[in-house]
Design a protein around this ligand. Sequence first.
Ligand code: AKG
Ligand code: FE2
Length: 258
Amino acid sequence: MTTVPFPHYEARLFDGGIIDQLHRTGAVLIRDLDVNDNRALLTICQFIGRPTQARNPDAESRGIVEDGFVHRVEALLSPLKDRHGAAVLSTTNLEFQLHTDEFFADNPAEVVLLHCVRSAQDGGASIFSVVNDIVPLLSAGAIDQLMNSFFPAGNSLVHLLWRKEGNWNARFNPYELSYAVGALSKDQRSAISMFEHVATACSFRMALEPGDCLIWLNHRMVHGRESFGPGQERLLKRVRLHVNDPRGMRAFSGSGGS
Ligand SMILES: O=C(O)CCC(=O)C(=O)O
Ligand SMILES: [Fe+2]
């Protein structure tokens, strides 16, 4: 099993130092991870941390969640609906705009894994944009709004941008923010739209191959995906984790301020 250069990042052999590499580069790509079952993926997950969400017996009985917390990302004939009645995009073939995961959660995942089991022949590439690349292109006013004003996210009011240990971190979901648009000031709305515009301008595509497993720090990159043709059997396995390695904990939740 080897890691290869994630765009922008250095190559490094997989040596169990995922936490260190994640902290340093924000992302790891593992190639040729066994796709026949979830064992290899689960081994990596156990090494990194613990699932962010409680078990969901309904989703498990429908086969959408495997082994307690491995989500199947694939287009379903009857997509799931979110609490606003909109389709859950991970159960459709639609475009998924740049976002961070668990935007509305009280304590969103620090780490996300996507393991490609089957790719689409037509579309479906992953899109990423690194927050460190985005922020230098934002106006001072937009940075101020995103860092210092409060935006509704689930049950909380949160900042969308912060600096931690020398890196920029963002929390962003254009769909969730659009539900709250009535509660936002004009300056907040323009900051969001500038962030989205710049994130898209800085984004890069990655067409995952079967066996590719991408692991990244949820708040150091925004991610999305292209739409793909209907009826295509694209399948990714997705896991969202809190980090439980004491070294990792320091790395991820350090006092920041730098
Ligand atoms: O389908 C993909 O490539 C990404 C899915 C995603 O971002 C999600 O399920 O949160
Ligand atoms: Fe996502």
